[in-house]
Design a protein around this ligand. Structure first.
Ligand code: ZN
Ligand code: ZN
Length: 146
């Protein structure tokens, strides 16, 4: 499902997060909203360099750092070398397919975590990661076995 956003909507999104809109910030935000693939900084760079030939990797990192600080994105805590970014900052789990490397979202409720009762901790973020084989890869493996 691809959604498109107007420049005005993207600007408002940034302003709501206390970020001054700039061309790069708008482009990075647009990419993150339209591509819910938990991209790395490099994924974003490789895509946007086609649109902005003068783009530097540093400016991508700076933009993502700012987005992180302002709560526009969160980072995934998967066992990976490169950080992945997520525009969906609500509580959800991540499933990483160990065959194709894709990362999928899955819903999580606070209830199962049994942390609401806790008065000892003030929880600011929770990471829930699962690893295995996705449906597509499972189907491929099953076909090959036949
Ligand atoms: Zn897979
Ligand atoms: Zn996610």
């Amino acid at each position: 499902m691809k959604m498109t956003y107007t420049i005005e909507q993207l600007k408002d999104y940034l302003k709501k997060h206390d970020i001054k809109p700039s061309t790069i910030r708008i482009k990075v935000l647009e990419y993150l909203l339209n591509n819910r693939i938990h991209p790395t900084a490099d994924d974003i760079y490789q895509y946007l360099i086609n649109e902005i030939p003068t783009l530097s990797k540093t400016s991508i990192y700076n933009t993502l750092d700012l987005f992180l600080e302002k709560g526009v994105v969160s980072t995934l805590s998967l066992k990976e070398k490169e950080l992945r970014y997520d525009i969906n900052t609500y509580l959800h789990g991540h499933f990483k397919c160990e065959v194709c490397g894709k990362v999928y979202d899955f819903p999580v409720t606070y209830k199962i975590l049994d942390v609401n009762e806790s008065k000892e901790f003030t929880i600011k973020s929770i990471d829930i990661n699962a690893y295995g084989i996705c449906k597509k890869c499972n189907e491929k493996i099953n076909k090959e076995e036949k």
